[in-house]
Ligand binder design. Structure first.
Ligand code: ZN
Length: 202
């Protein structure tokens, strides 16, 4: 399976990192080795002093597809979840300055937290609230209604470049409020009030 990630999909997050608003979705990949095994803590990697959490709504692809029209995209997923795109912000900044790819900052081992999935029928996918709680305080509070590109548009867009396969997961971008993790932080993600994951930082 592969993990396809979308960057810069919420206007307020673009502002907080002083990034340019993109003309098209920003796309990058994580390999399956980036998945943090269930119940494992997240270990801050030795090559970064500034790892950030980014809570994101996840979409699990249910069948193979390519060049999917947005109006048919809803047929390619049944489940919605929540996860974290851990990002070595200092490494990413160096990559950005040099115009280099982001993989070292975004695709390292453990960088993809994949929480529980729920049937999409339980949700209004275009008006879905989600939060990240850090040590008892909400640090990110998002709603998919603020996405620049909606889930169906993202599926359509990425399927122009990558054949989507059953089990692939799309990380749909993070809202504002990203920040640094330190040892012993406890991160809890909720989607529509349901706890989708809890991660201890080591
Ligand atoms: Zn992200």
């Amino acid at each position: 399976m592969k993990i396809i990630c979308i960057g810069r999909n919420y206007a307020k997050h673009i502002e907080e990192l002083a990034n340019e608003r993109p003309e098209h979705p920003v796309v990058f990949l994580k390999p399956d080795s980036a998945i943090l095994p269930k119940k494992n803590p997240f270990f801050i990697p030795p090559f970064s002093d500034d790892v950030h959490y980014e809570v994101e709504v996840l979409v699990k692809i249910n069948k193979v597809g390519k060049h999917i029209a947005a109006k048919f995209a809803h047929k390619y997923y049944d489940e919605i979840g929540l996860g974290i795109d851990f990002t070595a912000r200092d490494v990413q900044q160096q990559c950005k300055e040099k115009g280099l790819p982001w993989e070292k900052a975004k695709a390292f081992d453990g960088s993809a937290v994949i929480g529980e999935f729920y049937p999409k029928a339980e949700f209004d996918t275009d008006n879905l609230e989600f939060q990240l709680d850090k040590n008892g305080a909400i640090v990110q509070d998002g709603n998919t209604n603020a996405m620049l590109w909606k889930i169906d548009e993202l599926i359509s867009y990425v399927s122009q470049y990558f054949t989507l396969k059953k089990g692939d997961i799309i990380f749909t971008g993070t809202p504002a409020g990203v920040g640094k993790v330190v040892e012993n932080d406890l991160l809890t993600g909720t989607i529509n009030g349901k706890e989708a994951f809890q991660i201890r930082v080591k």
